[in-house]
Design a binder for this molecule. Sequence first.
Ligand SMILES: Nc1ncnc2c1ncn2[C@@H]1O[C@H](COP(=O)(O)OP(=O)(O)O)[C@@H](O)[C@H]1O
Ligand SMILES: [Mg+2]
Length: 269
Amino acid sequence: MQQTRSEAREVVLSVKDLTVGFGEKIVLDKLNLDIYRGEILGFVGASGAGKSVLMRTVLRLLPRRSGSIEILGADYDAVDEVQRIALDTRLGVLFQHGALFSALTVKENIQLPMREYLDLPQWLMDELAYLKIELVGLKPDAADKYPSELSGGMIKRAALARALALDPDLVFLDEPTSGLDPIGAAEFDELIAQLRDTLGLTVYMVTHDLDSLFSVCDRIAVLGQKRVLVEGTLDDMLAFDDPWVQSYFRGKRARSIPRPEPSGGHPVK
Ligand SMILES: Nc1ncnc2c1ncn2[C@@H]1O[C@H](COP(=O)(O)OP(=O)(O)O)[C@@H](O)[C@H]1O
Ligand SMILES: [Mg+2]
């Protein structure tokens, strides 16, 4: 029997029965989610649904009430501090707010994770920073600029360069194209797809951007009712009987976007 795609692929992040809350308020309730190596997972949900909370919990920046999180084959609860630090170096993050430190140049921003986790001479960190700057499509002269001297699109690229500073396996991007014009957003999406293809990067992308979901995401997961309501291809979303999912994927904003014919549906790619 032929193996399906998901059976053949390595799970790099596995969240099981995750519950997170603040005081009386439960934000995530027994949530389950798997991410496979080499895919771009688009993560959507209403504003305030808990998308950023999930990301921050997976990164151990927020406590959880219960549930387990396995990253790159290791259970965070079962590893010692040294192993935990080693795991952290394999994750890259682009946060929703405050993408870069304004008092530092682009180069210094990119070198922050290197300073935190590695012990490298300055000349080598400079070489590495220039490599990352090139990788994200910025010109070398961006290295010595401050964030205030950059356009929105350049700031996102520089923040991505910082997320890639330690050559991570898995990167978390929280609404990376918000605030960009459609062309800038499309270019950023293209870059992400390119990095998936060339570096074999796995990408967890929280996004409000339907264009991103349609054009670069291999799989989509929807957060609703405190858990992952539905996950799969765009066709799976369109076929899912839930008012929020239907209005999101078929609503006014979605109408202008080309999508597969109902009869000849194919996976999002
Ligand atoms: N540190 C915190 N303390 C208390 N409540 C929080 C905290 N962080 C997030 N929340 C609440 O959790 C819910 C989900 O937030 P968030 O994950 O930021 O939503 P989004 O899906 O828009 O990213 C919101 O109601 C928010 O107010
Ligand atoms: Mg958010």
